[in-house]
Design a protein. Structure first.
Length: 58
């Protein structure tokens, strides 16, 4: 496995190494390519948990 940082590009919907699109278009950095590949799912899971917590506060 390659060392370095990995990013998920929101413009191209793909995992990129450190050299890639501008950071404004990316999520990360992640320690591995596999972690970066799960970026959108991780964000969706967190958003759902936060939304549920907000509903519990009402």
């Amino acid at each position: 496995m390659s060392e370095g940082q990995w990013w998920f590009c929101l413009k191209h919907m793909r995992v990129e190494p450190d050299q890639g699109c501008p950071n404004k278009d990316r999520m990360g950095p992640y320690a591995s390519e596999q972690e970066a590949a799960g970026a959108l799912q991780r964000a969706a899971d967190r958003n759902k948990a936060w939304d549920e917590a907000d509903q519990d506060d009402d």
